[in-house]
Design a protein around this ligand. Structure first.
Ligand code: HEC
Length: 99
């Protein structure tokens, strides 16, 4: 009986952990660190790419640049960066929090 309860508990924990995982994928701060910080700096202060903190662009404009690319821009932003729609939105919102 106790073992059964323990197994059910483990199952519930494992299930909720796997349900929680996709949420990490849409975490803007994590995506920024992984995909943007190398060029834009961990605090968005700029490095190879321009500073992003305090950018005049709106979150929508950043989202567009990431998901559609812009031929007028230098690489890597001529082309979409290949983020999922959720990731792009989350990271665009995150960029707007950088001060
Ligand atoms: C390989 C380096 C590199 C990576 C990776 C990169 N960027 Fe850039 N980014 C640049 C460069 C270079 C520019 C300047 C392009 C230009 O002005 O033509 C730029 C420009 C931008 C701009 C426009 C800034 C402005 O004021 O016009 C935004 C917004 C931006 N990047 C966001 C991001 C985000 C968010 C990520 C991560 C998902 C990212 N970038 C990943 C190099 C990079």
């Amino acid at each position: 009986m106790r073992i059964t309860h323990l197994l059910i508990l483990l199952l519930v924990v494992a299930l909720s952990a796997s349900l929680a995982l996709p949420a990490f994928g849409a975490d803007g701060a994590t995506t920024f660190k992984a995909k943007c910080a190398a060029c834009h700096g961990p605090e968005g202060q700029g490095k190879i790419g321009p500073a992003l903190k305090g950018t005049a662009l709106t979150a929508d404009q950043i989202n567009d640049l990431l998901t559609k690319g812009n031929d007028a821009k230098k690489p890597p932003h001529k082309k979409p960066l290949g983020l999922s729609a959720d990731d792009a939105k989350a990271v665009a919102d995150f960029v707007k929090t950088l001060k």
